[in-house]
Design a protein around this ligand. Structure first.
Ligand SMILES: [Zn+2]
Length: 325
């Protein structure tokens, strides 16, 4: 059966190669790293991988969202670490320092209208279609931008939380971030600073003088400290949550890493667990990843250039029947 499917692949990929060559001459997003056209052989390997395994455990990272205009931290030349001296806030700093929280929320307040307006791209939508086709065991995202949710993904866990939710550190009540924006506006009616570049978590750049008078609301229920419902750097992901995700990995027959360098251990541990369970691993990412040595398939390319063109088995059957005619 597989030999006949491969005929379909070759028929399909001929026009694809032309498309890559055309795309390589187009101007790129400010936030997507430079990337040569994908190696068609590697893409073919990924196609075979997706066709062969039917219960994929997919983990995504910042690389899938750069094509929606959200910068990542680590990409060479275009990531936040390359372009600026800024580093994301540490969990301990946020919890301990009122000044740090004021600075964080002031920047977050200014950046929110733009950050919250980002839309899912072709890669997010493709993964959503995989889910609807019954091919996705589970999707874990390391992103906090809600783009998978906006695309309609349901079999989804946000490993590091989501900036569209806010949690009270006192009573653990979770509210919508959009609700908090209204409270910011009512507390700071004269505050009208402009964003000067947005970070992956919705942060923007403002000076200490600019934020000095910014008023930060507290929890309406208990007066506690409000924090984005995300795992900041220096914090750890809840162990019971990780174990529940391992259960999904147990049900999967393969793992696919999409748009992540896997540098952060909280994501990398799933690649280690997959290897421990002898699950095949494929990677779609621009540049090297920490999990490269664990993978049998590696495609260097932009997610949105590849995922929408990967065919699922039923689509293969349609092409196969056309080839036979
Ligand atoms: Zn509270």
């Amino acid at each position: 059966m597989w030999t006949s499917l491969r005929k379909g692949i070759h028929v399909f990929w001929r026009p694809m190669r032309l498309k890559y060559q055309q795309k390589s001459h187009l101007s790129m997003s400010d936030f997507v790293p430079e990337c040569p056209p994908a190696n068609p052989y590697h893409v073919e390997q990924l196609q075979e991988f997706v066709s062969q395994f039917h219960r994929l455990f997919v983990i995504t990272g910042a690389g899938i969202s750069t094509e929606s205009g959200i910068p990542d931290y680590r990409s060479e030349g275009v990531g936040l670490y390359s372009r600026t001296e800024r580093r994301p806030i540490q969990h301990a700093e946020f919890v301990k320092s009122e000044a740090a929280r004021r600075r964080y929320w002031a920047r977050n307040f200014v950046g929110w209208p733009q950050f919250s307006s980002h839309e899912p791209n072709a890669a997010h939508i493709a993964l959503c279609k995989w889910e609807r086709s019954g091919r996705l065991q589970w999707l874990v995202t390391q992103n906090v931008d809600a783009l998978h949710t906006k695309a309609g993904q349901c079999r989804l866990s946000e490993l590091h939380g989501c900036t569209h939710r806010v949690i009270c550190l006192g009573c653990q009540k979770v509210i919508k971030r959009s609700h908090l924006q209204e409270r910011f506006l009512s507390l700071n009616p004269m505050w009208n600073e402009q964003a000067h570049g947005i970070a992956p978590d919705g942060d923007v750049f403002l000076t200490d003088e600019q934020v000095a008078n910014f008023q930060v609301p507290v929890c309406e229920k208990c007066g506690g400290i409000l924090k984005p419902h995300v795992t900041f750097f220096g914090d750890t992901v809840n162990q019971a949550f990780v174990i529940s995700l391992y259960e999904h990995l147990n049900q999967a027959d393969a793992m696919l890493i999409v748009g992540s360098s896997m540098q952060v251990y909280s994501g990398y541990r799933f690649a280690l667990k997959a290897k421990e369970k002898h699950l095949p691993i494929a990677i779609l990412n621009i540049g090297p990843t920490r999990a490269d040595h664990l993978a049998s398939v590696k495609v260097h390319a932009r997610c949105g250039d590849i995922l929408p063109h990967i065919l699922l088995l039923d689509q293969f059957s349609a092409i196969e029947s056309q080839v036979k005619k």
